[in-house]
Design a protein around this ligand. Structure first.
Ligand code: SME
Length: 151
């Protein structure tokens, strides 16, 4: 499944005439519509000079959490740690921001531009323990491809 998707992701991101936001929107929708365990897919980016994340393009239920301070929730922790965060069971996390009561597991993978952590892809699943190393490697690929379109 992921190998098939990689080519489609690259094709979307290569659309030079399309705005970055629209390309990222299409990536979110493709992922959400294609991967059964991806129920909410979105990008957060560092908000200017502030130590907070701002919601970018996403697919799935609207969320109230459009701004997340660094350190808060899974997303805010990844903004500081620079490392993938796989949460098999969101109920077992102290520092977690609930976006929807149906969400059971989550993965957040940082997005680096020229070595700097400038944002992340965040995916929620309504299935417990939904994410594996395969998801991590695939989402690292997605973020590398996105970074290429941002510089
Ligand atoms: N659950 C995230 C907040 C973002 S929503 O999942 C869209 C967190 O704990 O950071």
């Amino acid at each position: 499944m992921f190998d098939n998707l990689k080519h489609k992701i690259t094709t979307i991101l290569d659309q030079k005439e399309t705005s970055t936001d629209l390309r990222l929107q299409q990536v979110c929708e493709l992922l959400r519509n294609t991967v059964p365990h991806y129920d909410w897919v979105g990008f957060y980016f560092k908000n200017g000079n502030k130590n907070e994340l701002k919601l970018g393009p996403y697919a799935g239920q609207p969320t109230e959490h459009t701004i997340i301070p660094f350190g808060k929730g899974i997303c805010g922790q990844v903004a500081i740690s620079n490392e993938n965060f796989v949460v098999p069971d969101v109920k077992a996390q102290d520092n977690y921001i609930a976006c929807s009561l149906t969400v059971k597991s989550e993965i957040v993978v940082p997005l680096f531009l020229k070595g700097e952590n400038i944002g992340q892809i965040d995916i929620d699943s309504n299935t417990l323990n939904a994410f594996s190393h395969e998801d991590e490697r695939f989402l690292e690929f997605v973020n590398r491809e996105v970074a290429k379109t941002l510089h």
